[in-house]
Design a protein around this ligand. Structure first.
Ligand SMILES: O=C(O)C1=C[C@@H](OP(=O)(O)O)[C@@H](O)[C@H](O)C1
Ligand SMILES: C=C(OP(=O)(O)O)C(=O)O
Length: 436
């Protein structure tokens, strides 16, 4: 464990760049590993989760090499040609690596065993086992669909039409990736849109993929036995990482921070919308496109925030940002009410109960409900502070409470900062640079 007390600091001033988007980084390595020839990636997130994906793709035959900072070269094997890994694939803390790779293995004539840390080993995999079993793959899983688990791929796989029972980009992506090496058309129906990086990137690599809106649902079809062409990919900055500094700048008096190169794909940008509704000053400068994704620099200034009722419909587009939104709510004037957040209970930790406990330990007024939190804010007064708060191997809890600490009177003790390296290894360095 690496404990740390995050002390009051600020005002936060300066310009930063957050590392590459985690979702896009995973996908660029996976698809690069399936394209014959060299895929070049710049701005890759070099966090532990993405490195777990890189190691797994190597274990299945691809060459995945680091050329320089964030710069990677991937030589793929071709769709259908993944090799049998010789040892269990260690997914560490990463749900995205696990679920998407289960999809890839499911339609290859190989088997793979997935293992992970204590947090990942508690997370539900039944949501991908169900559709991938329909496609012909066989599974042996622990404890009703948890890691360690073994997938035996089916060749040929069976193309399915599957309506997602949960709003999950990981489940959608697992099916689409399995569909890549399945004859015919695999169809995923999304009643609620989730992040669409897989669709964008599969198309970019030359897969035949269509998206149609039918009765308010997204119908995604992919033609299998695809041939992917290697690409040059520039990964935009991760909005989920930027969110910690957006909230920090909004709640620490006197702050003004420019965050450059932030991905603003509409399926990811819910946090910006919600913080603006709360009164946050977040200005988009220099809107442009990077790697097929909308991007802007964000100029964020300290703002008095108001509590609001957060529309549950926005949840999928900010699913990883709720921990830090709860921190913003704790400093706002009035009450913030959230609901429809059952999915937060099956992330790296149960993020509703973990954040309720953590914020309460830091002196905030929080009530946990079945599917959300209700937070009564301080109207801009610093939180008293305290702790220790328990991160439960969850990077987002650690970083959200670090931000709560800098906006507190006495500081906040975080029991373990190690998980931060899974998604945002330079988080503490950037925080220090802004706090002067
Ligand atoms: O597809 C992805 O890259 C991700 C999807 C989301 O998970 P779910 O699909 O479980 O909602 C998100 O929480 C995760 O950090 C990354
Ligand atoms: C939920 C997350 O990641 P994953 O599912 O990949 O572990 C996250 O990064 O907040």
């Amino acid at each position: 464990m690496r404990p740390r007390r995050f002390l009051p600091a600020g005002p936060l001033k300066g310009t930063i760049r957050v590392p590459g988007d985690k979702s896009i980084s995973h996908r660029s390595i996976m698809l690069g590993a399936l394209a014959v020839g060299e895929t070049r990636v710049t701005g890759l997130l070099e966090g532990e989760d993405v490195l777990a994906t890189a190691a797994a793709m190597r274990a299945m035959g691809a060459s995945v090499e680091r050329i320089g900072e964030g710069e990677w070269s991937v030589h793929g094997v071709g769709v259908g040609a993944l090799l049998q890994p010789q040892a269990p694939l260690d997914m560490g803390n990463s749900g995205t690596s696990t679920r998407l790779l289960m999809g890839l293995v499911a339609s290859h004539p190989i088997s793979a065993t997935f293992v992970g840390d204590a947090s990942l080993s508690k997370r539900p995999m039944g949501r991908v086992i169900d559709p991938l079993s329909q496609m012909g793959a066989a599974f042996e899983a622990s404890d009703g669909g948890r890691l360690p688990l073994t997938v035996r791929g089916a060749l040929p796989g069976v193309p399915i039409e599957y309506r997602l029972p949960v709003a999950s980009a990981q489940v959608k992506s697992a099916i689409l990736l399995a569909g890549l090496n399945t004859p015919g058309i695999t169809t995923v129906i999304e009643p609620v849109p989730t992040r669409d990086h897989s669709e964008r990137m599969l198309r970019g690599f030359g897969a035949e993929l269509t998206v149609e809106a039918v009765n308010g649902e997204r119908v995604i079809r992919i033609r299998g036995e695809a041939e992917l062409k290697p690409q040059v990919i520039e990964v935009p900055g991760d909005p989920s990482s930027a969110a910690f500094f957006i909230v920090a700048a909004l709640i620490v008096p006197g702050s003004e921070v420019l965050i450059e190169n932030v991905g603003l794909n509409p399926t990811r940008a819910g946090i910006v919308e919600v913080l603006r509704l709360m009164g946050g000053s977040i200005e988009e400068v220099n809107r442009r496109e990077v790697g097929g994704e909308p991007v802007a620099d964000l100029l964020v200034k300290h703002s008095p925030l108001k509590g609001i009722e957060v529309d549950p419909a926005v949840a999928p587009s900010m699913i990883d940002e709720f921990p830090v939104l709860f921190v913003a709510a704790a400093l706002a004037e009035g009450t913030t009410v959230t609901s429809g957040l059952d999915e937060l209970r099956v992330k790296e930790s149960d993020r509703l109960s973990a954040m309720a406990a953590a914020l309460t330990a830091a002196g905030a007024q929080v009530t946990e409900t079945a599917d959300g939190l209700t937070v009564v804010g301080t109207a801009g007064d610093p939180l008293p502070g305290g702790g220790p708060v328990t991160t439960h191997l969850d990077h987002r809890i650690a970083m959200a409470m670090a931000i709560a600490g800098i906006a507190s009177r006495d500081g906040v003790d975080v029991d373990d900062t190690r998980p931060i390296a899974t998604s945002f290894p330079v988080f503490e360095a950037l925080l220090e640079s802004l706090a002067g």
